[in-house]
Design a protein around this ligand. Structure first.
Ligand SMILES: Cc1cc2nc3c(=O)[nH]c(=O)nc-3n(C[C@H](O)[C@H](O)[C@H](O)COP(=O)(O)OP(=O)(O)OC[C@H]3O[C@@H](n4cnc5c(N)ncnc54)[C@H](O)[C@@H]3O)c2cc1C
Length: 440
């Protein structure tokens, strides 16, 4: 585990240009690029840096299979990942070792082929490879796949290390990174944001970026703003060090694996996602019908205690009241043992050389998903000075540095090098056809 970052005992700066709520990969990357541009910035994290999704994810850094709307940003993100470790002077664990999506059937191959057209438009090195070519890449796999989609320029990084390292780099550039410090709300003057109120007092600022991951919808709701997102539970395990079957990341319906720098694998089920029934589903469910139709085969719908927890949780509070953010410093949902046992058994049957591998750790994370699985990186027009950077929908780690740069360009006033039109908040309300691009 990387050493703790941020300062839970820090005094808050009285005023800054920009406050960021949330110290995941998005918040820390935004803080880094803002501080680098000379903008004064305070990042407030209710718990610890990367305590939630940003340390719990699989570690894939991929362009492959994305909604075309995200491609310019993820391509820029890959470029940043390649140089960021050296720029910062610490190893983020990034390696350009490729990503493979194995295809179970010819129908899967056909759906991959449709994405290949997009890859060509963006001059990516993505290829559709045959079963024999896949066998050459994964000689230790014992499964009859139809072929695969392969992008050699995709990569992997170490989630536990990356965001804390970027946060420390932002601090060295002058950013205030304050942990154990929830943002409760805002103050306005003449309708414009004038201060951000934290559990330790106010910070005068004209700009707040909400990068709260699975909490952003609740934060917004207290301000009277609807951010339609639902939380999906994903369970993961890591193995002890084991023989190398790949140096990169391989997804298949049976099991998704990523080689770790400690010599083990991060392992997940390739085809089981848990969709939790929550009060938010009643509020936003109708917006997710297209996504549900596309994904229903892989969704396991669950009614868990979380329904009650969320039902009883306040949705409105005053700035001088303790908020739900302070009551849950780090969201740490229990992993699903059934799904993980299935994934682990599949790991051993697909890769028999891993038959003696043992489980070193299990965990889960809640993923904030928007109706089109595309993030929101956008101002909110009804409150000038309020910006959102949320809803990264299960693929925000790889795009993190690129998205951080987009945020910095959006609020820092510099040149806008990446088009953020597809990330606009207004798409949920202006009659746009909001649906996921593809299930690839
Ligand atoms: C199991 C799993 C596997 C995944 N696999 C991949 C993958 O392989 N590749 C990929 O690209 N992505 C993957 N993802 C998605 C990726 O992890 C997320 O999209 C990304 O980490 C989101 O970053 P974030 O900064 O928006 O959110 P988070 O990392 O969740 O950070 C949000 C932070 O905000 C803080 N916060 C919330 N509210 C407040 C408040 N009011 N005040 C202060 N702080 C607050 C929280 O404590 C939290 O630390 C996966 C996710 C999971 C859970």
């Amino acid at each position: 585990m990387a050493e703790a970052t941020g300062n839970s005992g820090a005094t808050l700066p009285p005023s800054v240009d920009v406050v960021i709520a949330g110290g995941g990969i998005i918040g820390v990357s935004a803080a880094y690029y803002l501080a680098k541009a000379g903008v004064s910035v305070a990042l407030c994290e209710k718990g610890r840096i990367a305590g939630e999704q940003s340390s719990r994810n699989w570690g894939y850094v991929r362009q492959q299979g994305r909604d075309p709307a995200e491609l310019p940003t993820i391509m820029e993100s890959l470029r940043l990942w390649r140089g960021l470790g050296e720029e910062i002077g610490e190893d983020l664990g990034f390696r350009q070792t490729g990503v493979i999506y194995a295809a179970e059937t010819e129908a899967d191959m056909a759906s991959y082929e449709s994405w290949l057209e997009i890859a060509k438009q963006y001059q990516l090195d993505t290829k559709l490879i045959s079963a024999q070519e896949l066998k050459a890449l994964l000689p230790d796999a014992d499964h009859k796949w139809a072929g695969a989609l392969h992008t050699p320029s995709d990569g992997r990084a170490e989630p536990k290390k990356a965001a804390p390292i970027i946060a420390r780099a932002a601090e060295r550039l002058g950013a205030h990174v304050v942990t154990d410090c929830a943002v409760r709300g805002i103050e306005t003057e003449g309708g414009r944001l004038s201060a951000v109120v934290t559990e330790r007092g106010p910070i005068k600022t004209g700009t707040l970026v909400v990068a709260g991951g699975a909490w952003s919808t609740l934060f917004c709701r207290n301000l009277g703003i609807e951010l339609p997102a639902l939380n999906i539970r994903s369970s993961v395990l890591r193995t002890s060090p084991a023989p190398e079957v790949t140096d990169g990341a391989v997804w298949s319906k049976q099991v998704a694996i990523r080689r770790r720098e400690d010599g083990g694998y991060t392992v997940s089920h390739g085809y089981a996602t848990e969709f939790l029934v929550t009060p938010a589903l009643l509020r936003y469910g109708h917006r997710f019908l297209s996504a549900y139709k596309m994904e229903r085969k892989r969704l396991r719908v669950r009614l868990k205690r979380q329904f009650l927890d969320e039902l009883l949780r306040p949705t409105h509070w005053r700035n001088d009241e303790v908020t739900p953010f302070e009551k849950t410093r780090v969201l740490d949902p229990p992993p699903n043992a059934t799904i993980l046992n299935e994934a682990f058994a599949n790991l051993k049957s697909v890769y028999p050389v891993l038959k003696d591998v043992t489980v070193a750790e299990r965990w889960a994370g809640l993923i904030d998903v928007t109706p089109d699985a595309v993030p929101v990186i956008s101002p909110v027009d009804s409150i000038p000075g309020l910006y959102l950077a949320s809803g990264f929908s299960g693929h925000g780690f790889g795009i993190g540095p690129g998205a951080g740069k987009v945020v910095a360009e959006m609020v820092g006033g510099g040149p806008q090098t990446i088009d953020r039109t597809p990330f606009r908040y207004s798409r949920f309300f202006d009659g746009s056809d909001v649906r996921p691009w593809s299930p690839v």
